[in-house]
Design a protein around this ligand. Structure first.
Ligand code: F6R
Length: 615
């Protein structure tokens, strides 16, 4: 987590860094800071709070000129969020400044060593230790900044993306990465440094993504030089052309990114299957699957690894894969999988799902699976991300940048990609007839239109939200394909409105959660017409007889649930396997409206960050 931005060139650095930090605030927003070099002196301004608080403070504290600077937005790991622990951190001499995303795990022993040699520390951070270690190496070894960074990093255990500046050697910034992302925008006589490309998208479309264990010395008027940290060997820079554009990362008239992203889902799903779902030819074309078809067909099982919302998409995929392609599927939290010595063989196919492509636990689980010989397939949204690069093959979800911390369009596009894979395997294995296959292709192609229709419940959902905004607990129930949607609905509500919510398989209610039901407990039930409908209606009756309040998501034209539920929200009819793509829409809207009415920060909920690059 944490977002880092840097600029070295001919423009004023301050506005570029502040605007860039705002775009990276999804990565953390506990504190923010900036260091600017005006040609003579290094000025640092930093504060607890958001980038807007930093703007206010820097207004009073520093003059904002200078065409070299680094900035940081923090998700606190070591040390509480306060002014002192905010980045950038300066070295004891005041010559060096650093911004850092990651964790230095052996910071404590390094700190003790430095203290014994007379260094003092103001903050509780691991980052202040790193900058003083660099300073110490620089003095002891009498080397330049780049070399000092390299020697210091070889003593460090942990993860980092860093940018370091030495005021005695202006015109140069040293960057390095291990386990945390780092991109360099290459312009005309200028360079941009950032955790992702969004801070520099309007200045240049040329980007270099540093690989793990690489560092670079960026000098004005010179080519960027990339080296391996471990052995100093030179690496050829690979300059990529970015596909992203500015509109994609702006709110486009919506009050929040989350609302914009909810409404983008018809387009996002369409983009995800475009060029892959060829209805007229009755084929699905996905290069990553086609090239590795043998691996998929010979697989004893598929293991899906992911975290959070992506894990929920994996659970939906479990139902779809087993139904369509009859391959056994296990879905695992990456954070558990990586630490429990799982049985994995060369006959396993592992599918890793991640919007950001940077989640530390998912990345570690991938490495573990690969080390045991499994074939690992990635489903990521962010192009060029660490997971996209680490996996053996993969398929991107073409959702476009997701900036709201609560995941919405990533979820539905992940399900879309996984559905395409399951359908393709079903045909290859012969577990689905060609007529059913054609029918499913046709149905899948209609989903964006149906999502558009589902989005029309917005105003109705807003009215329902008004009645429940003061609830302290909520229960979400679903069955079959819609059990994971119940989990996802509960996660959305708790993360953005701070109301305690739980998702449960509807039939499991009797085994415990029913004890919670009284006249203050809203229960959101997914009761689509094809998914164990009668059973779910019985569950609704059971809740009603205990005076629970029912908000039911039903298929349009429903009559039975309408008679008993307090509120019904209708969604279009579809194949049951595709219903999660529709039932999830009103649940996203419900959490959104409740959170807005509770005055919560919808796009940046407390304590969270979009990209979880620490374990
Ligand atoms: C919830 C949410 C998180 C992420 C999780 C995994 O709305 O966004 O639960 O789904 O942190 O992130 P990715 O998909 O980037 O690996």
């Amino acid at each position: 987590m944490c977002g880092i931005v840097g600029y070295i060139g001919h423009r004023e650095a301050y506005p570029i860094i502040i605007e860039g930090l705002k775009r990276l605030e999804y990565r953390g927003y506990d504190s923010a800071g900036i260091a600017l070099f005006d040609g003579n002196s290094l000025k640092i301004s930093k504060t607890k709070g958001k980038v807007s608080d930093l703007e206010e403070r820097s207004e009073k504290e520093i003059t904002k000129n200078g065409s070299l600077g680094i900035g940081h937005t923090r998700w606190a790991t070591h040390g509480v969020p306060n002014d002192v622990n905010s980045h950038p951190h300066a070295s004891n001499s005041g010559d060096l400044a650093i911004i850092h995303n990651g964790i230095i795990e052996n910071y404590d022993s390094l700190k003790k060593e430095l203290i014994s040699r007379g260094y003092t520390f103001q903050s509780d951070t691991d980052t202040e230790v790193l900058i003083n270690l660099i300073e110490d190496v620089k003095k002891k070894e009498n080397v330049k900044l780049g070399k000092a960074v390299q020697i210091a990093l070889n003593q460090v255990i942990g993860a980092y993306a860093i940018a370091v500046f030495d005021k005695s050697k202006p015109g140069e910034v040293v960057i390095a990465r291990l386990g945390s992302p780092l991109a360099v925008g290459v312009g005309e006589d200028e360079f941009f440094i950032a955790s992702d490309a969004s801070p520099f998208i309007e200045y240049t479309k040329n980007a270099i993504y540093l690989e793990d264990e690489e560092m670079a010395i960026i000098r004005l008027g010179k080519e960027i030089k990339i080296r391996k940290i471990i052995d100093d060997s030179l690496v050829d820079p690979y300059v990529q052309e970015l596909q992203m554009n500015l509109e994609e990362i702006e709110k486009g008239g919506y009050e929040h990114f989350m609302l914009k992203e909810i409404h983008e889902q018809p387009r996002a799903i369409r983009d995800t299957y475009r060029g892959r779902l060829l209805r007229d030819e009755a084929i699905i074309k996905m290069a990553g699957v086609e090239d590795n078809m043998k691996k998929f067909l010979n697989a004893d099982r598929i293991i899906i690894i992911a975290c959070g919302t992506s894990w929920h998409a994996g659970l939906v995929a479990e139902y779809i894969f087993e139904e369509f392609s009859r391959i056994p599927v296990e879905v695992e939290y990456a954070s558990e999988f990586r630490y429990r010595n799982p049985v994995i063989t060369e006959k396993d196919v592992v599918i890793a799902i991640s919007q950001s492509g940077e989640t530390a636990d998912t990345l570690a689980a991938i490495k573990l699976a690969k080390s045991k010989g499994a074939f690992v397939f990635g489903v990521c949204n962010v192009v060029g991300s660490s997971i996209a690069r680490e996996t053996d093959a993969g398929a991107y979800t073409h959702a476009g940048p997701e900036i709201g911390v609560a995941s919405t369009k990533a979820f539905t596009t992940q399900i879309t990609v996984l559905t395409l894979i399951a359908l393709r395997l079903a045909r290859a294995k012969g577990t689905m007839s060609s007529s059913d296959f054609r029918l499913y292709l046709q149905e899948l192609e209609l989903i964006p239109q149906k999502v558009e229709q589902a989005l029309k419940v917005d105003e109705h959902v807003k009215q329902i939200a008004k009645e429940y905004l003061l609830s302290t607990n909520c229960l979400y129930l679903g069955r079959g394909y819609n059990f994971p949607v119940a989990l996802e609905g509960a996660l959305k509500l708790k993360e953005i409105s701070y109301i305690h919510a739980e998702g449960y398989p509807a039939a499991e209610m009797k085994h415990g959660p029913i004890a919670l039901i009284d006249d203050r407990m809203p229960v959101i039930v997914i009761a689509t017409s094809k998914g164990h409908y009668e059973k779910v209606v019985s569950n609704i009756q059971e809740i009603k007889s205990r005076k629970g309040k029912i908000i039911a998501v039903v298929t349009e034209g429903d009559t039975a649930v309408k008679e008993i539920a307090d509120h019904v929200i209708e969604i279009p009819d579809s194949e049951e396997a595709f219903s999660p793509l529709l039932t999830t829409i009103p649940l996203q809207l419900l959490s959104y409206h409740i959170a807005v009415m509770r005055n919560c920060n919808v796009d940046q909920p407390r304590n969270l960050a979009k990209s979880v690059t620490v374990e």
